[in-house]
Write a protein that binds this ligand. Structure first.
Ligand code: CA
Ligand code: CA
Length: 128
């Protein structure tokens, strides 16, 4: 049990680090995949939505890790409120993906599905 938890934690950390802005080109598919993985980690009871409690627990685990990724898929304190766009008190997978994908689309100025390093450096002025 603990081993599995540790495994999924290190995977989460790698995923966060991988989508750090300004390191390398990022694809739209990657953003969707990372957001989906984070969602699955947060949805502890696997009922297909993240409740405020599940979000809180995820944040506690995340805060215990020293090096947190920033950027498109960063899960910050206001993540829940920003993602719950229909205001039903839970975050669905599509809501969880909509935000990072929206940020990605903003960065991907030429709409080729890849945020190049120069596109990201522009986007960093707006995101954060
Ligand atoms: Ca849930
Ligand atoms: Ca919702």
């Amino acid at each position: 049990m603990i081993f599995v938890a540790l495994l999924s934690l290190s995977a989460a950390t790698a995923a966060h680090a991988g989508l750090e802005l300004g390191q390398r080109p990022i694809t739209r598919t990657e953003v969707a995949t990372v957001a989906k993985k984070q969602f699955a980690e947060m949805d502890a009871d696997k009922d297909g939505s993240v409740s405020p409690d599940e979000f809180q627990r995820y944040r506690e685990v995340q805060n215990a890790q020293p090096d947190q990724g920033r950027g498109l898929t960063h899960i910050g304190r206001s993540w829940f409120d920003k993602c719950d766009t229909n205001g039903d008190g839970k975050v669905s997978l599509s809501e969880a993906q909509a935000r990072p994908l929206g940020l990605f689309d903003m960065a991907d100025a030429n709409r080729d599905g890849v945020a190049s390093l120069s596109e990201q450096s522009l986007a960093m002025l707006f995101i954060k």
